[in-house]
Each structure stands twice: as C-alpha cells, then as structure tokens.
Ligand binder design. Structure first.
Ligand code: GLA
Length: 717
C-alpha cells in the first residue's frame, strides 16, 4: 500500500515537473519560437529567432511571459486585462495543455490552453506556422464561466519580446493622397504606440504594418528584421515598450481605446490575427515572405490572375450618361484591357448622385443617366467585347437621400449633438442586423439582377466621428469592434454566394489596407493620388507588406507634365489599370497603350507571382529600381525610374538580384514609346546571371531626363 502511494506521488511529481518544464517548439523553415512552461505554470517566450537546428535538445528555462496580464506583478503594457464579476481587476494565465495540428504539409497550428487558477477564465492561444513562407500568425479565443459578464479592457492578439542593444522601428504614415510615407526611428525607453482610432477608413493616416530592426537599421539585403501586420479592418494598436532592462515588448491587436468589452459567460471573444515574419537578410526577404504568404493564404484568389481595367472616375467624375458610357467602352476595347469599371454617380433618383452631396444609400440606377439600367450597360459591354464592373459604397449615407429619411435610426450619430459630416456623408450602423441585411441585399441584389457584373469597387469614404450606435444602446464601447465584425459578417455572406468575384477594396484612396479585409478582396486602391512620381513612393511603401497583384495602379491624367510612358511604367509595377479618356489619346498614344497592355499581360504573371527585389530606393537615391523574378528564375522584369537626375550626374551600375548566376539571360528593353529606341548599351545582349548580379547594368546611359523610365524583360536563353 505504502509503495503504491509513493509511486503515485512520484508519478504525479514527474508529470507536474514535465508539465511545468514543458517546451513548445514552433518552427518554420527559418524561424524557431520556443515557449516554456515555468515552474509557476506561466507560459514564457524562451526563444524567438533564427531556426535552431536542435531546438528539441535545447534546455530553455527562462524567458519573458508570453502574454503579460494586468493586475499582478508586472506593470508593463498588458496584452490582457480583465475585470471580473466581483470587481477584481487581475488575471493570471497558467498553462493547461496544448495540441499541434498539421493543417496541410506546410502549416501547423499550435493551440495552447491557458487558464486563471482562481477565476474561470480561459485563453486559447493559437499560433499558426507557415513553414515555407516563414510566417507566423497568432490569435486568441477568450472565454469564461463567471456568473455574469466580465470586462475585457485589453485584448492583444500577440506579444513578442526581444533583447538587443538598439531597436529601430519603421512605420508607414500619411494622409489622403500621400499614403504610406516611410519613417524610421530608434526606439527609446518607454512606449511608442502606432495606432488608429478612426473606426472606418481606419488606415487613412497610419497603416497597420511595421518593421522592427535589431541593433541597427536593416537594409534591403542585410540585418535582423521583423515585419508585422494586423489582420483587422478597424482600430488597431501596436505598442513597443522598452523596459528598464532593455527588453523590448511588442504587443499587437485591436485598439482597446474607448472599447471596454463586456463578455458574457460562455461567449467567445476572438482576437484578430497578428501576422509576422523574421528575416536575417534584411527587409527584402521579409517582404518576399509576406508576399508568398499573402498570395497563398492571405488574399482572396491570391494565386489567380487579375483583370486589367479602364475606370471612368478621373475621366468623367459623376457627369456622364448611358450613351457616353457606352462610347467609353470602346476605349477599353481599343487599348485591350479586360473590363470597364463604372465609378460613382450612377444611382439616386429623388436625390440624384450628381455630386458628393446627395444620393448615397439610394442604390437604384438614376433613370435620367441610365434609363435602361445596369442590365443594358452589362449587355452593351458584352456586345463590344469587354466586361463591366461597378462602384459601390454601401456602408454610407448622405443626409440628402431616401434612405436617411426612411431609416434615421440606421445611422451612426450622437442623438443630442449636431451631425458631423465628412464628404457630406454619415456611416450606417452596421452593428444593426437590419443594416447588415440592407448592405448584403444591396450588393447581392445588384449581382443577382445583373449576373454579367464582373467586378466591384467597394469604397468607404469617411472615418468615424461623433459616433454613437442606436442599435448598441448601453454597449457603446462595443461599437468599434462590432462594426468591423459586422462588416466581416456581411462580407462572409456575400462571399458565400459570390466566392470569386474580383472586388477592389477602396477607402477614399488607401484608407483600408489590411489582411483582415484582403481575405474578401482581390486587390486594394492604394491612393487617389495617381501622379507617377508620388505613386513610386506610395507603391514602394505598400510593396513592403503587400504583393504586386493586390496593389491597384492606374494610369491617369493627374499629372499634367509626366509622359504617358512614365505614368504607364509606374502603373505596370502593380496591378495595371487606366482611368483616363482614351479618346483624348493621340494615335501614337493609343498605339503605345495597346502595346503596353499586351506587354503587361505577357509579363503580369512574373509581376504578380514573382519574387520582388527592391534594388534602389527612391528614399535613398534620385531614382528607383526594382525587379520581379519568377520562381524558376527563367524570367524577370526590371523597372527603372529616374526621378530628378542632376546635370552630368554619374550613376553607378545597378546590380540585379534573385537571378541564377549560372544561367544566361537576354536583356530586352520593352514598353518603348513608338519611334524610340533603347539607349541601353546592353539592350538585346545575352549576359550571365553572375555578370548581372556582380557587375550589373548601366541603366543611366544617354542623357538622363527627369521623370523618365525603362522596363526590361530579362529572359533565360
Ligand atoms: C473615392 C475613391 C475614388 C473614387 C471616389 C468616388 O475617393 O478613392 O477612387 O471612387 O471615391 O466618389
């Protein structure tokens, strides 16, 4: 008997010891994340960095608490803070169990179950590891069984901890028409926060993306750097806190600003995904990791082709009619793009949408402009040999609309204060299921009625201000979170019916650019600014986190001085489209554009699916050079943009990247304007990958002019 008791005690000691010293190893091809269960049951991040060859053998004992909780011994910025039913504002998370599932031969998902030893609160922490892409994705499910609701006042999706002498943060900030400006600075002690509190059009100023370089600023090809982003189409917050021992703690998640969440018993609160990658070879590799992940897992139909298009916004604004539109279809056919996209201004009858003051919410064709409805336009497009797409902004309402008059309780606005307008509009209360149905029926009704509609541009032209939800009543602090969740609910429902329809995510330019939304969208509109020079910087910024097939880039007349060739070459580095009056083109411009579209179609697979190498940054030199290389390293496309070269400026050779040194490649300048020839001395030459990557190409031959550009097709011989 005694023996049995001793044995049982020993077994339970061994199992609790094993439990307490448990290691959870999460790996991708080049990254390891090692978590350990400490003696007190807390989950620690023991290692996060370059993949360890023998992570299993390594005995990590210490580390930083993976999720810092508020109310106990640590006063750092918490990942989680809860206030229990009895008013107790503390949380402890102890390891209970974990499991690892292989979702496919590339993805493993580890679920770690944590619980408070005193209160019935549990957190299931999910970490998905994408092996080939070297990307990790983390989110949590929070639940409890207290007798009534508990308050969640902080709820990060993930935390990471670093120890280094210096930390360099790269952020992307801007405004309407100047999105994604890159800024890099050294972090100091204390907290630096990148966030949005705008609710809708949440990324108008700050995009939910960052780089964190360790020790010194990373370059494109060197340095330890992490890239992170949050898959959430709403308020986000990244906090970077350096403590007194020089540890850096990063927490990433929804912004808890004005958003205390009362969580009912047994309700599950799911945080959005924090997506990140590590590179020891600089930012270029980090971007390529994210691009691959995005195409394979993050973006709707990321590995499928995209449609080139002609949009009418810059060309006509809201001043058009059916007859004129049908003539514009000819332009799309003439230049060879796949689709005509009808923008804003086609709807509203009692309040016709002739400018941005009226009509939003009344999604019926304007009988004066479109007497035969959308059906006729779809039909006409088909007859002319093109496809038809349409703009909607279904989350919004103008006070001058039938919708506003019929449903004043469907609108986000403070009941006892003046309405606050941006672009003369208000936001619908999407948290209300009736409004969700309205938005769903608007979009799906239109698609059902016009099965030929081949594309949608989904806009969102204002941020939240003076916001109050009539539907949420005493739960106003749920508004920011519920709005985004409701948007996803509607999108899920639309996608269940129309799983593959290409839809562009637009938000008054680049006000919505995140992987939460891109699950439902095939591409996004980066900026209303389509000036070629500005677009080089804007698209450069987005290229750090998003693949080229998601970055819509249109040739327009925004710039009155840049050549059509320059503007076209800039748009070709992304997802090419046009927003211009084709009948205003000269004959040569038509000839050039037709050929440019054909060239783009020939090369688009390399641009959309290839690996991106940013070679010379416009932030560092008076030019920008980048290239895409296909998987097999058989074909590459090189873009060269001269910004403002100085008189007799000597520019060094450009060493290409990503090619196979042992292969031979033919260099061919393409996309030349009619009657012009390449002045590149290497044009049409066959050179080895080694030569191209060690000696490089002279891209500055001849007399360099500002705002000029070249596109080279590089093909294995
Ligand atoms: C926003 C978009 C534009 C255009 C207009 C239409 O500003 O960014 O591209 O669609 O709305 O009103």
């Amino acid at each position: 008997m005694k023996k049995i008791v001793v044995l049982l005690l020993l077994c339970s000691y061994i199992s609790s010891y094993a439990q307490r010293n448990k290691q959870i190893i999460i790996q991708t091809q080049s990254t390891s994340l090692v978590l350990t269960v400490a003696k007190n049951g807390r989950l620690l991040q023991s290692y996060f960095g370059k993949r360890l060859q023998s992570a299993q053998d390594s005995l990590f004992t210490g580390g930083q608490e993976m999720f810092i909780t508020a109310g106990m011994e640590t006063a750092l910025e918490p990942a989680f803070r809860t206030v229990h039913t009895d008013g107790n504002p503390s949380l402890v998370l102890e390891y209970v169990s974990h499991e690892t599932k292989l979702t496919d031969n590339n993805v493993t998902e580890t679920i770690i179950n944590l619980k408070d030893p005193v209160y019935p609160v549990t957190v299931a922490l999910h970490i998905a590891a994408y092996s080939r892409e070297n990307v990790l994705k983390t989110w949590s499910d929070i639940k409890h069984t207290e007798k009534s609701a508990i308050q969640l006042t902080d709820y990060a999706s993930g935390m990471l901890h670093f120890k280094s002498e210096h930390y360099w943060l790269t952020q992307f900030h801007g405004d309407w028409a100047k999105e994604m400006g890159m800024e890099e600075s050294e972090l100091t002690h204390g907290i630096k926060v990148l966030d949005s509190k705008l609710g809708a059009r949440a990324n108008m100023y700050q995009s939910p993306v960052f780089f964190l370089s360790l020790d010194k600023p990373s370059t494109e090809t060197a340095g330890d750097v992490m890239a992170g982003t949050l898959a959430w189409t709403g308020n986000f917050k990244f906090a970077f806190e350096i403590d007194q021992r020089d540890w850096l703690h990063i927490s990433a998640g929804m912004n808890s600003y004005a958003s205390n969440y009362s969580l009912a018993p047994n309700e599950t609160f799911i945080t959005p995904a924090f997506i990140y990658t590590l590179s020891s070879n600089g930012k270029g590799e980090a971007s390529r990791n994210l691009h691959r992940w995005a195409r394979n897992y993050g973006v709707l139909d990321g590995t499928k082709p995209r449609l080139t298009l002609l949009n009418n916004w810059e060309a006509t604004r809201m001043d058009f009619d059916e007859k004129q539109l049908v003539t514009l279809f000819d332009g799309a056919v003439k230049i060879g793009v796949d689709l005509f996209l009808l923008d804003d201004g086609w709807f509203g009858n009692n309040f016709p949408r002739n400018d941005d003051k009226t009509g939003l919410g009344d999604w019926q064709e304007n009988a004066k402009k479109l007497p035969h409805g959308l059906e006729y336009l779809v039909q006409q497009a088909k007859e002319k040999g093109t496809q038809f797409g349409i703009w909607v902004e279904p989350e919004m309402v103008n006070p001058k609309s039938d919708l506003y008059k019929q449903h004043p309780d469907w609108i986000l606005k403070l009941p006892n204060r003046e309405e606050n307008y941006q672009r003369n509009q208000l936001i619908l209360d999407l948290t209300n299921p009736q409004v969700q149905d309205f938005v769903y029926n608007t979009v799906v009704g239109m698609l059902d009625k016009n099965p030929g509609i081949a594309y949608i541009k989904w806009d969102c032209n204002r941020t939240m201000s003076n916001t109050y939800s009539p539907f949420l009543k005493d739960k106003q602090s749920h508004l920011f979170i519920e709005y985004t969740r409701s948007l996803y609910k509607v999108l899920d429902k639309i996608r269940a019916k129309y799983p593959h329809l290409p839809v562009m995510l637009c938000s008054g330019g680049g006000g919505r650019t995140d992987y939460g939304a891109l699950k439902y969208f095939t591409e996004f509109w980066p900026s209303d600014n389509t000036d070629g020079l500005e677009r080089i910087f804007i698209q450069w910024g987005y290229s750090y986190f998003f693949p080229a097939n998601t970055i819509a880039a249109h040739v327009t007349n925004w710039s009155k001085v840049q050549s059509l060739k320059f503007r076209t070459d800039v748009a070709m580095m992304g997802k090419l489209g046009y927003d211009i009056k084709v009948d205003g083109f000269t004959e040569k411009e038509v000839q050039f554009t037709k050929q440019a579209v054909a060239t783009y179609k020939r090369l688009s697979n390399v641009i959309w699916q290839g690996d991106l190498y940013r070679i010379i940054s416009p932030y560092e030199e008076n030019r920008a050079v980048l290239m895409y290389v296909d998987d097999a390293k058989k074909k590459a496309v090189l873009f060269n943009y001269n910004l403002n070269p100085r008189y007799k400026q000597i520019l060094s050779n450009v060493k290409l990247q990503g090619l196979n040194p042992t292969k031979k490649y033919r260099i061919k300048e393409v996309n030349l304007f009619p009657d012009t020839k390449s002045v590149n001395p290497d044009d049409n030459k066959v050179l080895s990958g080694e030569y191209l990557m060690t000696i490089g190409l002279n891209l500055a031959a001849g007399k360099l002019q500002p705002l000029t550009s070249n596109v080279y097709e590089i093909t294995e011989e």
